[in-house]
Ligand binder design. Structure first.
Ligand code: GLC
Length: 600
């Protein structure tokens, strides 16, 4: 199985294919017009959200692990880039089995990352720069070291017993077996035997991540209280982890097996017969929780908090439902349909972007192309068989510009991942003994884990790439390409990826058509070039063209069908070295070339 498919497939997904209100603060330095900070219920519309993996962003204390003070020290950089919000993956106290997604205390900060006071300072400093802070909220499971679970497993009669998913085993040929064949996303049975109390508990992820029982009203209340706690600390959004997996089918019956083309069960990277997830993912009760959570966060924040969902779903219909029948659930469920096509197929991109325009009731799409669970966009360079060739390949920068342009010039809220803007590449471990992510150990060599997309941020060409003090031992190695691909070097190069991102983000904020124009797909039978128009009601228009091939292409646009009789173009942005077109009749694109032009 291809590495990039693993997390998505196992998430059952991509087979189809403050009570303290936040006040606006003036920008500290001249920057693209931000001002989208949470002053209104819709502050997140058209925003640029930047995902930070705190372990890997900036170390401030020399332990080789990134921390909150490190992030605070880099806020000026983020402001200059133009981001409206940062999403922090979990920083709560945790045994760090799943690097923070196993939480043992929801209302504090892990000492590795700092203190609650450091967090408050980060929020305050971010606010001065018009940057909102979004927390990761892990509702599906806790750490097995969380006091709730320690109580729950202490006896069958403990009041917290019912906070988790306990179940009797079944006898098969005189042997005790788990209740059914459900599998963990991270390999093997999803049921773990507890000898002391003689029952199994369910864990969708690691054994150390027992699932909470969301049918229990006390669990719900406890988690809504957690959200209120962080809203009091100035958080203006939550990214809801694994949100589709809160409920399991009460019948507890076996899942069907996923069958391959030969009709036999597919064997996954962990050596298991892969099961479907019909009984453990996206059950209708999830929507009840989303409505309740939305009511809680709206009430606590004066409707300023945004709920973002980690929503790997099978179809656009499922995605639409995540917004709620009355826009009363998630404001921003992640649209993984566009960002995880994982190959340059113009027709497929066009179809998925059209779906986002026409099939979600005009709601705001949230596009995302990579994150801490999936390879970076260097995965789009493949060999003839479609296998990704990670690293700085021939068209690395060109492909990066295509991805960035789809993300930032579409009608969407854009979610980017730290390091995208400097073209960081996926750097998986070469040897099993170097793997840090436990799934890479269980699944080696087919599944190398997620270390490759979590390497330290490359700030400069000095020791430890500026991520940590020179003599620190970083928790993951600094990737080899850092001397060329780093912030300091790219700030000095006009044609760098970093400048491409800065310019696109500035256009997204300041150009009326790119900021708020409707999106119309153009040249819809072209198999090589993806083109679209952004257009406002008062006639502002911009065309965007992305060449999906390594061969040069020429495109022409007849915009009369869109009510535009003009055909002159003023270049806003183009791949370095490409000619300046005189009109929309002939736009030349180099290999994976990009053109963005204002129609005049
Ligand atoms: C989400 C996170 C992932 C984590 C898993 C279990 O998918 O993005 O990193 O391992 O949930 O919490």
């Amino acid at each position: 199985m291809k590495r990039f498919g693993l997390f998505l497939l196992l998430s059952s997904a991509l087979l189809w294919a403050a009570s303290t209100p936040v006040e606006a603060q003036p920008a500290a330095t001249a920057a693209p017009q931000t001002g989208q900070i949470a002053t209104s219920p819709h502050w997140w519309k058209d925003a640029v959200i930047y995902e930070i993996y705190p372990r890997s962003f900036q170390d401030s204390n020399g332990d080789g692990i990134g921390d909150l003070n490190g992030i605070t020290s880099r806020l000026d950089y983020l402001q200059k880039l133009g981001v409206d919000a940062i999403w922090l993956t979990p920083i709560y106290p945790s045994p760090q089995v799943d690097f923070g997604y196993d939480i043992s205390d929801y209302e504090n900060v892990d000492p590795q990352y700092g203190t609650l006071a450091d967090f408050d300072r980060l929020v305050a400093e971010a606010r001065k720069r018009n940057i909102s802070v979004i927390m990761d909220l892990v509702l599906n499971h806790t750490s097995d070291q969380h006091p709730w679970f320690l109580e729950s497993r202490s006896s069958r009669t403990n009041p917290k017993r019912d906070w988790y998913m306990w179940h009797d085993g079944k006898m098969v040929n005189g042997e005790l077996e788990p209740p059914n064949n459900w599998e963990s996303v991270f390999g093997h049975s999803a049921w773990q035997w507890d000898a002391k109390t003689g029952q199994y508990y369910y864990h969708r992820f690691y054994i150390q991540q027992p699932d909470l029982n969301w049918n229990n009203p006390q669990v719900r209340k406890a988690m809504y209280d957690v959200a209120r706690f962080w809203i009091r600390h100035g958080v203006t959004g939550f990214r809801l982890d694994a949100i589709t997996s809160l409920f399991e089918d009460p019948s507890d019956t076996d899942e069907a097996y996923v069958l391959g083309p030969d009709g036999k069960p597919v064997i996954n990277a962990f050596g298991d017969k892969e099961v479907k997830t019909d009984k453990t993912d996206n059950l209708p009760e999830v929507h009840d929780v989303l409505r309740e959570l939305r009511q809680a966060t709206d009430a606590a924040s004066g409707r300023k908090v945004v709920l973002i969902g980690e929503t790997y779903l099978r179809s656009i219909d499922d995605l639409r439902k995540m917004y709620g029948a009355h826009n009363d659930e998630l404001q921003l469920p992640m649209d993984m349909q566009v960002g995880f096509i994982n190959k340059f197929d113009v027709a497929l991109f066009r179809q998925r972007i059209r779906d986002a325009e026409t099939e979600i009731n005009g709601d705001e799409p949230l596009f995302v192309f990579d994150n801490h669970d999936n390879p970076r966009w260097d995965r789009y360079q493949t060999d003839a068989a479609g296998t990704p060739i990670f690293g700085y390949g021939l068209h690395h920068d060109d492909i990066g510009r295509v991805i960035a342009t789809i993300l930032l010039a579409s009608r969407d809220t854009a979610l980017m991942y730290y390091g995208d803007e400097i073209g960081m590449v996926t750097t998986p471990p070469a040897r099993k003994q170097d793997v840090r992510d436990p799934i890479g150990i269980t699944g080696w060599p087919k599944e190398k884990g997620r270390d490759g997309e979590r390497t330290p941020m490359q700030w400069d060409a000095g020791p430890n790439a500026g991520f940590a003090l020179p003599d620190a031992k970083t928790w993951l190695p600094i990737p080899p390409g850092y001397k060329t691909f780093n912030v300091a070097a790219e700030e000095g190069e006009p044609d760098s990826m970093l400048h491409w991102y800065e310019q696109l983000i500035a256009l997204k904020k300041n150009d009326p058509a790119l900021h708020e124009g409707e999106e119309i797909l153009l040249n819809t039978s072209d198999d090589h070039v993806l083109s679209w128009l952004r257009k406002t009601a008062d006639g502002e228009a911009v065309v965007v063209a992305c060449n999906f091939t390594p061969q040069p292409q020429t495109v022409s646009f007849n915009l009369s069908a869109q009510g535009i009789s003009r055909s002159g173009l003023t270049t806003l942005l183009k791949t370095p070295g490409a000619p300046d077109p005189q009109s929309a009749d002939s736009v030349q694109l180099g290999p994976y070339g990009v053109y963005v032009g204002q129609v005049r």
